[in-house]
Design a protein around this ligand. Structure first.
Ligand code: SAM
Length: 226
């Protein structure tokens, strides 16, 4: 990926920030609304749907930290214990991360969390709140690093058309192999090839209505062996 570390801050239709990557002609989130999309796909169809407590979440692409922030808030508000492990090949420069306006869109008491999440050291387990521990891993997932078992995967890579290597059968299989029984993956991406690949691993596929601006999203569950 050429110059993929060069990102530009943009406002979505709902006033929340996203980032644009000129080298890929791709945004980090739906330009309809970053917070709206993350809440819908990853919190409502993901964390809220997960019965496990404690719950280990594995995220593909830490990026702006928005999914981590919303997951931390969900954990606090619902008294859930969440261990959040997030992989990122290109951590954002602090001067970009500190400009992100997500703190303005959460309740005042949660506003300091985003800065804390960004300040958290890479490659260390850090307690953000008593309910939420964060392990940001600076690593290239296409190198198939060893993964810890998890209950839930947030598959939030750039779209298959922009970064096909993030949706290869090899990488999807590697990431899904970390799922424990009854664990599941959620993604904004509902592309047929991705769906068929996940199905070929024996996962149960649900095509769910997508967030505003997207027709569908996917949830793929590892059904427990009887
Ligand atoms: C669609 S963005 C979403 C990021 C994040 N979840 C968010 O809400 O901001 C995809 C992310 O995947 C990261 N990424 C790209 N290639 C990667 C790789 N090989 N390994 C790990 N992360 C990668 C990008 O740098 C980017 O942060």
């Amino acid at each position: 990926m050429e110059d993929v570390q060069h990102v530009e801050l943009e406002l979505c239709a709902d006033g929340t920030h996203t980032l644009f990557v000129p080298a890929l002609e791709e945004h980090y989130h739906s330009t309809r609304g970053a917070v709206q999309e993350s809440l819908y796909v990853y919190i409502e169809r993901g964390l809220q749907h997960c019965a496990e407590n404690p719950c280990t979440v594995l995220e593909v692409g830490f990026g702006t930290g928005l999914n981590a922030l919303l997951s931390a808030i969900y954990a606090i508000e619902h008294n859930r214990n969440v261990h959040f492990v997030s992989y990122e090949k290109f951590p954002l420069a602090p001067e970009i991360a500190t400009q992100l306006n997500y703190a303005d869109f959460v309740e005042t008491q949660y506003a300091p969390l985003l800065a804390k999440i960004h300040r958290a050291a890479w490659n260390e387990v850090i307690e953000i709140t008593p309910q939420f521990t964060l392990h940001k891993i600076h690593s290239d997932l296409t190198l198939l690093p060893p993964l810890i078992p998890c209950n839930l995967i947030y598959y939030d890579a750039f779209a298959p058309g922009k970064q096909p290597e993030m949706w290869s059968e090899k990488l999807l299989s590697h990431v899904c192999s970390a799922l424990q029984a009854n664990g599941f993956l959620v993604t904004y991406c509902a592309q047929g090839q991705v769906r068929r690949t996940l199905k070929s691993f024996g996962l149960h596929i649900e095509r769910l209505p997508g967030p505003p601006g997207k027709w569908e999203m996917l949830r793929a569950t590892k059904i427990m062996d009887i």
